[in-house]
Design a protein around this ligand. Structure first.
Ligand code: GCB
Length: 608
């Protein structure tokens, strides 16, 4: 090992341990705790010049000697001569959780800072601990409680929290959030994406009340490839750590008790004889109760194994075919992010109508509620981080950020049976720095969770009629997954059957994307772009071509529903919509829907 690679390894190790510290902090199953919701109407100030953050010399107020002067002071004029150039009390309101873009034309293309303010009442008790929890804010959030800064979080799709014990007033409190969705090259995602950059407090804001020593985290899942053993851990947080901890699953007559070690941790290993395993056909969830001397948390957990053997994917030891579809976190009817369980159920129900047993939640971490619904409704999930296209491969901060987003996703969703694949990224271009970055991401993700598959959406290259998959990253992944747009970005649909795949790896092939655009209700012959007939025939030829891949074990065509993207400019057909949905933006099924459903019906019979 040369000096450079040794120091790089050391650097990675350091990153890993700091990420792990964070991992231990993020609370598991926030909605299973005592909490007050801070959702609802928040006053807001749109601040494109960030005058609420910087003084006229462009120095941040919150880094000045007094720490005061910013909008987070939430001041009001007290006498007739006082000058204050903002006022939250008279400011208009935005709904939380929700992106701002879908709440008025003025916000549609807005990228920058919006300040949010919420007043709430609290009655903090001296023997309790309090967490202020944000399920997601896009992209950079500065959070202030009663005029004092709690901290900053970057990353638009993962949760974060602050310990506010001792910081809450009896009675009136005020929380101010500076949400900034400015795109930047070195961030994750980077400046260039094919989706709408929805800004704001897009997911729940909760104030949790916990016992001083509480159950902070737990993993209760089947051991790797073992249908007969539940394995995992429970982690306490607080001062009084050496407590008795009990994990019980009443329906299975399981009850196991052990004392936590000095760090508050108990590893669990429970043999199981007879249980109903979770599957899309029977998405069985068990009530699980974790209790300690001072705390108790209830959850609903499914148990299943997932593994790869040769070119097969085995769910509970049985070969499966992933009948999937890709989904963005967007409700086309609102033209905004999914806001609640109703929105999410609609999307997953549409996938079920297509006879899916699997969804790819692209291209970033979706709402925890979405994953919980997938658990309930019986849909396996590919979960992804926004390492998308050409991010800054050589910037260590960018790597750290990507790794942190993976940590937070795995920490949050590790008890969800539906999640079977962790995806480390999408369509990342080949280069040495990228191989290093992505290779490290793959190894890191496995170190966080060895019970699920690790994958990425790769690209192909073409030589004549050969479609070649030989990305070196493929060696480090469990699935051969790639996007290919034959019949849309290259090749005529009817020529697709002439192509054949040359795949270097002997692993299950799960195609992450193919597709093409169609405007619902526009009918023409099958060579006319944008028509439903074009998309329909392209799907037919694609499926003919793909059926010849012996190792084909699934796919998630692009995409369930038309979605909004600033990159899609055609004034007649697109108008800022990417029209590759098999459903239109109003939920109409296009002709391609039926081609795909028919194929999935056949696959369901074949893999019975
Ligand atoms: C892709 C991307 C996806 C785009 C899609 C398209 O390969 O992964 O995010 O939206 O192509 O429509 O071009």
């Amino acid at each position: 090992m040369n000096k450079f690679s040794f120091s790089f390894l050391l650097f990675l190790l350091l990153l890993t341990s700091s990420a792990f510290a964070q991992q231990l902090n993020l609370i598991q199953n926030i909605k299973g705790r005592e909490f007050t919701s801070l959702n609802g109407q928040w006053n807001y100030i749109m601040d494109p010049y960030e005058m609420g953050y910087y003084d006229y010399r462009h120095m941040p107020f919150d880094q000045s000697a007094s720490g005061k002067g910013g909008f987070y002071d939430d001041r009001e004029q007290k006498n007739k001569s006082e000058l204050i150039e903002y006022n939250f009390e008279y400011a208009p309101q935005l709904v939380v959780p929700a992106d701002w873009n879908s709440q008025g034309d003025i916000f549609k293309f807005y990228e920058g800072t919006i300040w949010y303010r919420k007043k709430f009442s609290a009655a903090p008790k001296t023997d309790k601990k309090y967490l202020l929890y944000f399920a997601a804010v896009n992209y950079e959030a500065h959070v202030y409680l009663n005029g004092k800064k709690l901290g900053v979080h970057k990353g638009g799709f993962t949760p974060f929290q602050f310990d506010v014990t001792g910081k809450l007033n009896q009675g009136d409190n005020v929380v101010v959030v500076k949400a900034d969705n400015t795109r930047k090259q070195d961030e994750v995602p980077t400046v260039n994406t094919d989706w709408w950059n929805y800004g704001g407090i897009t997911r729940d804001v909760l104030l949790a009340e916990l016992p001083q020593t509480h159950i902070n985290d737990y993993k209760i899942q089947l051991a790797k490839n073992n249908l007969n053993r539940i394995e995992g851990y429970v982690q306490l947080d607080g001062k009084d750590l050496a407590q008795q901890i009990t994990v019980s699953i009443p329906e299975l007559k399981i009850k196991t008790t052990a004392r936590a070690d000095a760090s508050g941790r108990v590893n669990i290993s429970i043999p199981v004889k007879k249980m109903t395993y979770w599957s899309p056909e029977n998405p069985k969830l068990y009530d699980v109760v974790v209790s300690s001397g001072t705390d108790e948390v209830k959850d609903r957990i499914g148990f299943r194994t997932i593994e790869v053997k040769g070119t097969d994917i085995l769910l509970n030891n049985k070969s499966v075919f992933f009948r999937g579809i890709s989904i963005h976190d967007e409700n086309p009817l609102l033209q905004g992010r999914l806001r609640n369980r109703g929105d999410m159920r609609m999307m997953l129900q549409w996938a079920k109508e297509l006879n899916c047993n699997y969804v790819r939640l692209a291209h970033y971490t979706h709402n925890e509620e979405m994953i919980r619904l997938a658990d309930e409704m019986g849909l396996m999930v590919w979960a992804e981080v926004p390492v998308y296209w050409t991010i800054s491969w050589e910037n260590p901060e960018t790597y750290k950020n990507a790794q942190q987003q993976m940590t937070d996703m795995v920490v949050r969703d590790k008890n969800r049976a539906s999640v079977v694949v962790w995806s480390i990224g999408n369509e990342t271009p080949l280069s040495e720095p990228r191989h290093k970055f992505m290779g490290n991401m793959a190894a890191y993700t496995r170190s966080l969770d060895d019970t699920r598959l690790v994958a990425a959406a790769l690209e192909i290259h073409r030589e004549g009629y050969d479609l070649i998959v030989d990305d070196p990253l493929g060696e480090k992944l469990d699935l051969v997954s790639f996007n290919q747009y034959g019949g849309w970005y290259w090749g005529a649909p009817k020529d697709l059957p002439k192509y054949s795949f040359k795949i270097k790896y002997n692993k299950p092939v799960v195609i992450t994307e193919f597709g093409g655009e169609a405007v619902a209700g526009y009918h023409a012959d099958d060579e006319t772009r944008w028509s439903e007939e074009y998309q329909e025939s392209m799907y037919k030829y694609q499926l003919d071509m793909l059926s010849k891949v012996g190792a084909l074990r699934g796919m998630t065509p692009w995409i369930l529903v038309d979605f909004r993207s600033p990159r899609r400019q055609h004034p007649v057909y697109q108008n800022f919509w990417n029209r590759k949905g098999v459903y239109s933006d109003t939920g109409e099924k296009k002709k391609a829907f039926f081609v795909l459903k028919n194929f999935y019906d056949q696959m369901q019979q074949k893999y019975k």
